[in-house]
Every structure is written in structure tokens, then in C-alpha cells.
Design a protein. Structure first.
Length: 269
């Protein structure tokens, strides 16, 4: 079985331009995330899916230098980019992990893919996002290539194309949706923000790396939580944006997302 992890990355973020290239202890942010993803124990190929825009030439150059294959595709149609990257690399199973998760715990990747592999006769799509319980920024979505291809053929709404998988997980009557919950029984999805969209997010992530990074092994989700409990001032760096996600612009269009699963940015910020 050929398992392909696709990490989309581009420099053209509207909220924090160039966020993928921001430095974390001497390397670009997206490379630090690739390093963490590489610690997952599953045998999988990691592919960086970026755009054909000239502005993303640097991502290609860096990724290839680090030894990761690259696919270049559509700038805003992420569904097309993921599908064609998976097709090019002959994927049987596709994992989608966005490049705004530089604190992702490799053990979470393992848990989600193992759950899928053990239950692939039961589910068409598995993630840890529907509903989410892990701290935001541990996003893992898994699907067989055939299901991704169906979405590519049939999805029409702009948010379905932009966010790759909503056509699948937002159609529970058509697809069998599996979910992996955080084994702690806690739900930190709206209270702990480990993803990056704003300058405060970068400051938060940079501080986590400065406190916990070692080249020998990836720091864990538990170690991050313990650090935040020990030094609550770090938690305050980007807490303003906790719970803010892309759902906020599409709640009325989504079938399976409740209003309490998102939050708007405080006015004036």
C-alpha cells in the first residue's frame, strides 16, 4: 500500500504573507514541520504540494534541497492540487496535513493513520477534526485515493475546492466518516491554538521551539501542554485567536459544523 502524505505550502497567505518561510531556529517554518512529520513511524512518502507561482520557487528549492519531492499545481484550488499530487505519486492512501501545523505531534499522525488502516472497511474518510478535540494545529485527514478522486470530480463550491476535503466530510449521508478523539478525553480544539495564521501565532510557535526543540527527537504534545501550564505567559501570546478557523466564513453553508466550533476575530485586530 502506497501511503502519501501531502503537505500544501505556499508563500501567498493573505493574513501572514510568507509564513511558510519564517525562521524557526535557523530553518524555514515549513521545513521544521516536515522534520516533525518525518518522525511518524508509518512508512509513507511526504510530498510538498505548492503552486506554479514564481513566488513559490523558493519553497521548491528548499524542499528539494531537504530531500522532499515537490508537486506544483493550482494556487487556490487545493482539491485539484492534492488530487494531482496524489495521482503523480501513485497514492493508494492520501494523508492531508496543511503547512500551518508546525507543532504537530508525529504520534497523532500515527494514531489517525492506524485507526484508518485498522478500519478501512468501515470508513471512507478518517480525521481527528470532525469533531475536533486535539489542540488546533494537529490536523490529520486520511482517505483512499478513490474517494479523493470522487471529490475532485464532483465538488463545485468554492470552499470545497479551496479546503480540499469538505465535499467528503460534510456529506455524511454519502460517505462513512470516522473520527479520532484525543485519548485524554479533553477538548482543547477551541482553547489551545498551535496553528499559524497571524503574527502572534508565529511568536507563540517560535517561543515553543526555543523552549523545547532538540534535534534528537520531536517534542511531544504533552510536553507543550506541560510547558504552557508551567509558563502561562506563553499561552497568552496568541490566545486572542483561539478558536478562530476558516469555518467562520461558511457556517451557513456547512451541514456538519456548528457555530460553536468557530469564533470570529475580535474587532479591530
Amino acid at each position: 500500500m502506497n501511503i502519501v502524505i501531502i503537505m500544501q505550502a505556499r508563500t501567498g497567505s493573505s493574513r501572514l504573507p510568507g509564513k511558510t518561510l519564517l525562521p524557526l531556529l535557523g530553518k524555514p517554518l515549513f521545513v521544521r514541520q516536515l522534520e516533525r512529520m518525518s518522525f511518524a513511524s508509518l512508512p509513507a512518502k511526504i510530498v510538498v504540494a505548492t503552486t506554479k507561482d514564481e513566488s513559490d520557487d523558493e519553497i521548491v528549492k528548499i524542499a528539494e534541497k531537504e530531500g522532499y519531492p515537490v508537486y506544483r499545481g493550482h494556487a487556490t484550488n487545493l482539491l485539484d492540487r492534492h488530487y494531482r499530487a496524489a495521482l503523480e505519486h501513485k497514492a493508494d492512501v492520501v494523508l492531508k496535513i496543511p503547512s500551518d501545523c508546525p507543532l504537530i505531534d508525529p504520534s497523532v499522525i500515527d494514531k489517525v493513520i492506524r485507526f484508518y488502516l485498522y478500519n478501512q472497511e468501515k470508513y471512507d474518510f478518517v480525521s481527528n477534526l470532525h469533531p475536533a478535540t486535539y489542540p488546533d494545529g494537529n490536523d490529520v485527514e486520511v482517505m483512499p485515493f478513490g474517494i479523493l478522486k470522487e471529490a475532485w470530480r464532483n465538488a463545485e463550491k468554492n470552499f470545497e475546492l479551496e479546503h480540499t476535503t469538505p465535499y467528503i466530510w460534510d456529506n455524511p449521508k454519502k460517505y462513512r466518516i470516522g473520527n479520532v478523539e484525543w485519548e485524554t478525553g479533553l477538548n482543547y480544539s477551541m482553547s489551545h491554538r498551535f496553528t499559524i495564521d497571524y503574527r502572534e501565532d508565529y511568536d507563540f510557535i517560535k517561543r515553543i521551539y526555543e523552549e523545547l526543540y532538540t534535534p534528537e527527537r520531536p517534542f511531544t504534545l504533552t510536553e507543550i501542554i506541560d510547558l504552557l501550564e508551567t509558563k502561562p505567559e506563553i499561552m497568552k501570546i496568541n490566545n486572542l485567536y483561539s478558536g478562530v478557523n476558516w469555518y467562520r466564513n461558511h457556517v451557513s453553508e456547512l451541514n456538519t459544523v456548528r457555530p460553536e466550533e468557530t469564533r470570529f476575530v475580535i474587532s479591530g485586530r
